[in-house]
Design a protein around this ligand. Structure first.
Ligand code: MRU
Length: 362
């Protein structure tokens, strides 16, 4: 995607692979800054502090983190330690474990001196595949949007999304936003309701930023407005991403997604989840019982970050001194509330049978 006419990916190699460049997402939308990650520690810290975030991008950053670790020490012990360090940074998005396992399994059989280079090529392949998968999700989602919009000729097609599942959350294109970009480029009259997505406001900060840069009409709303808009016929479809999808199609996404799915069901609004295969956890069925939900700092609830009138990025306290906060970062939407899964291989029912149909070879 482009920023001010220049094409960007969210992650790239620098100095022939001695460091990795990323966009610092903690400062968006107010400041566009890039950072260089030169060690496994720095990669782990960038994931933990959400300099990089979004399930697919966390996975790619983890993969490059292993490469950086192996450049310093390619031993079995160092590989295992770096794997554990990176995997512990964020527990919910399964892409991280998936990408780390993929790099580890590629390099482990090799002689130590070959490992860093092999890790680099595997991480780069994961990144390139992510771009291709997200673009394919965009094409499959576009077909759905075109069909839904055709049923309401002459009217703006209104889509609601939660959190940021755009190109900033992936390497390029995004998951839930890819069909939106495709639709906008195809000339569909599309408008996006952007949930602000408390507590970290990935919607207000990142999705709105992305859509604005691409010229996609959008409006930021508070998280609690979606149900009201659906009751009044102002939402034609909901589309979100997922950090972990179970074998039977339960989806775990940013906190608040479940409430949107409930409201969508009550109002007959289709609820789509866009995902690449790297987000499917084939080891579990019951998302509510089995997916570890990250609990982040209560300070993200009791405080809020923004730009002050003098241009400083600053944090202010919302709640009284001493009031505790609780901050579960994700929730699970059961498969029964999902209209369909939009994957890189096509669109299927959120069910074990649906996923098997597409991924029998996995
Ligand atoms: O906590 P974050 O910002 O990493 O959460 C991101 C999301 O919840 C996205 O919707 C998810 O990663 C899927 S999209 C690419």
């Amino acid at each position: 995607m482009k920023i001010d006419g220049q094409a960007w990916r969210t992650i790239w190699l620098e100095e022939g692979g001695r460091s990795v460049g990323v966009i610092d997402q903690t400062l968006l939308p107010h400041r566009f800054t890039t950072r260089s990650l030169s060690s496994c520690d720095e990669a782990a810290e960038a994931i933990r502090t959400m300099v990089v975030r979004g399930a697919p991008l966390i996975g790619v950053t983890g993969a490059y983190g292993l490469m950086l670790a192996l450049q310093v020490d390619p031993s079995d012990a160092a590989l295992a330690a770096a794997f554990e360090q990176l995997n512990a940074t964020r527990p919910t998005a399964v892409n991280l474990r998936w990408a780390l396992e993929r790099v580890r399994d590629r390099v482990a059989p090799l002689a130590p001196e070959q490992r860093a280079e092999a890790a680099q090529s595997e991480a780069a392949a994961i990144a390139d595949e992510d771009v291709a998968m997200c673009e394919a999700i965009g094409d499959h989602g576009l077909a759905i949007f075109q069909e839904l919009a055709a049923a309401r000729p002459g009217q703006t097609f209104n889509v609601l999304t939660h959190c940021n599942a755009g190109w900033l959350a992936t390497v390029d294109w995004g998951t839930a936003l890819a069909p939106i970009y495709k639709a906008h480029r195809a000339g569909l009259d599309i408008h996006v309701w952007v949930d602000e997505t408390r507590p970290r406001n990935q919607g207000a900060s990142l999705t709105a930023y992305e859509l604005g840069r691409e010229g996609v009409p959008h409006t930021v709303i508070v998280d609690n407005a979606g149900g009201h808009l659906m009751q009044h016929g102002q939402v034609d479809a909901v589309i979100v991403g997922t950090d972990r999808t179970t074998r039977r199609g339960d989806v775990c996404n940013k906190i608040g997604t479940y409430l949107k799915a409930l409201a969508a069901r009550d109002n007959n609004v289709p609820f789509y989840v866009a995902l690449p295969a790297s987000t499917i956890d084939w080891q579990i069925d019951d998302g509510v019982a089995e997916i570890p939900i990250e609990a982040r700092s209560p300070e993200e609830v009791t405080h809020i970050q923004g730009r002050s009138p003098d241009g400083q990025i600053t944090s202010v306290q919302l709640s009284p001194d001493g009031s505790p906060g609780f901050n579960p970062a994700f929730d699970v939407t059961p498969a029964r509330l999902v209209t369909a899964l939009i994957t890189e291989r096509g669109v299927v029912a959120a069910s074990a049978e649906g996923l098997q149909e597409l991924y029998a070879d996995v």
